[in-house]
Write a protein that binds this ligand. Structure first.
Ligand code: BG6
Length: 468
């Protein structure tokens, strides 16, 4: 981070609902640690962790693998001490409305101690089913307001999936907007905050050689793949009933599609980017369930303790975009857990209709972050033989082995404290993506039909056997 510009952030209280949960331990706390270590947060910053258990900050940090993103996984003792001293745990039950006024008092007391108005960020790292009631309780207790003596802001940060299907997302958006205005709501999509994903827009914007061929005259197909080696780990309550389609496709992977194919606005500012992503998502034709594939890894049912589970851990869908620019381009999105390897990338295959020769452009999101272009070249020799050759950009090689770009969750937190909503999904984008997958949600609801079992650690279900 040495050479990057430090954001100037405001005093803030970051309130984490569900601080002992998996998401908080895996992503949020390591990201916060790093921000404290790099001195990026304002000196008047406090973390308030809400948990049903009686627990101290020392106990919590003793359990968390806080420095998994650091060199050799080692914490800096000074930074560690600092984050612990800045974190207080507050015993709280999100289902108990009596706890909310107590939380308000607690936050007011923190502000009084600091003697400044502080932005309040409520990070809802809680199961989607308790989300609506929590937001209503925040409103009833007046927690949606802010410091009385200044102009600090109050913001709600929400993890996906935002809703369960199109109808529930509509209801949730309506209910949330009764308590928080749209500009206060930050719907997190940490894929949008990945350096490699932001680079897609930068790449498209700054490389005119690709601009004129970014359409169906030259691109035959776009394939987005996010395979994971891990299973659902301990997230039984979260995952069962959610599944791969909602967990990754509805949010992260449709946003990757949007960033790759949206019309580029002339200015890359918040409003223009939101409008462009939304317009693209609204132009995607609702997916055809007959072209979708789902699977479940072999040990899943046992892991979740539900022998009748119909939750998919693998999903593959085909899509079409109904615009002049993209009509007839074959689009596919695939994701799955417990597969051979962790691997996220977007591949665009360019063809010339005359001779069927293909160039391939790949955005590697993870691992080996970078961009790969496959070209056709003359093989040395007397014959006119043609061979494949690669042009490769690797973050590591270009920006140095130690170049640690900000982790996506650091970026999410920094932007939320700053109030920059560019990398968060608007309610219209969320609704548009639910609309795209709604036919598949309906077709897969409560039925086991067509769900294939695949071996953990394999390449996933055998596609051909499954396409109906
Ligand atoms: C989360 C999903 O949003 O993204 C997880 O809920 C998934 O199931 C994770 O493992 C993957 O994120 P990343 O950044 O590791 O690709």
């Amino acid at each position: 981070m040495e050479d990057t510009v430090k954001p100037s952030l405001e005093p803030s209280i970051i309130v984490i609902f569900g601080i002992t949960g998996d998401l908080s331990q895996r992503y949020l706390l390591p990201a916060l640690y790093h921000l404290f270590k790099d001195g990026l947060l304002h000196e008047h910053t406090e973390i308030v962790g809400l948990t049903r258990q009686a627990m101290t900050a020392d106990e919590l940090f003793g359990k968390v693998e806080l420095c998994i993103n650091e060199v050799d996984n080692i914490c800096d003792p000074v930074a560690l001490k600092r984050i612990i001293s800045k974190t207080q745990l507050f015993q709280f039950d999100p289902n108990n409305s009596d706890d909310y006024p107590k939380l308000l008092e607690h936050l007011n007391a923190i502000e009084a101690t600091h003697g400044v108005c502080m932005n309040r960020l409520y990070y809802l790292s809680i199961p989607p089913k308790v989300f609506a009631a929590t937001v209503q309780n925040l409103g009833k207790a007046g927690l949606n307001g802010s410091c009385e003596h200044g102009n600090a802001k109050t913001r709600l940060l929400v993890e996906k999936p935002f809703g369960y299907d199109l109808a529930s997302a509509e209801t949730l958006i309506k209910e949330t907007n009764e308590v928080f205005a749209e500009e206060q709501v930050f719907r997190i999509d940490h894929y949008l905050a990945k350096e490699t994903v932001q680079n897609i827009l930068t790449f498209r914007h700054n490389n005119p050689i690709f601009a004129d061929i970014w359409n169906n005259q030259h691109i035959a197909s776009i394939d987005i793949i996010a395979s994971e080696k891990i299973g659902i780990e301990n997230r039984v309550n979260f995952y069962e009933g959610v599944g791969a389609l909602r967990d990754l496709i509805q949010s992260h992977l449709l946003q990757l599609l949007a960033v790759t194919t949206m019309d580029l606005p002339s200015e890359l500012d918040n409003d223009s980017i939101h409008a462009a992503r939304q317009a693209l998502l609204e132009a995607v034709v609702p997916a055809d369930p007959a072209e979708a594939i789902r699977g479940q890894y072999d040990t899943y049912k046992q892991e979740v303790g539900n022998p009748d589970s119909t939750t998919e851990t693998y999903a593959r869908i085909n899509l079409r975009i109904d615009t002049e620019r993209w009509r007839n381009v074959a689009l596919s999105i695939t994701t799955g857990k417990a597969l051979q390897e962790k691997h996220t990338e977007i591949t665009l295959t360019f063809t010339s209709p005359a001779d069927k020769i293909a160039n391939v452009l790949t955005f590697r999101i993870h691992p080996n972050e970078g961009i790969h272009v496959q070209l056709r070249v003359k093989k040395p020799g007397f014959d006119d033989e043609v061979a494949d050759a690669a042009m490769d950009f690797s973050y590591k090689q270009t920006f140095g082995g130690d170049s640690t770009h900000p982790d996506a969750y650091e970026r999410v937190l920094v932007d939320a404290v700053k109030g920059d909503r560019t990398l968060f999904s608007s309610s219209r984008e969320v609704l548009a993506s639910w609309r795209i997958i709604e036919p598949i949600i309906q077709a897969w609801r409560d039925t086991n039909e067509g769900i294939a079992t695949y071996a953990s650690g394999s390449a996933g279900p055998n596609d051909e056997a499954l396409v109906q």
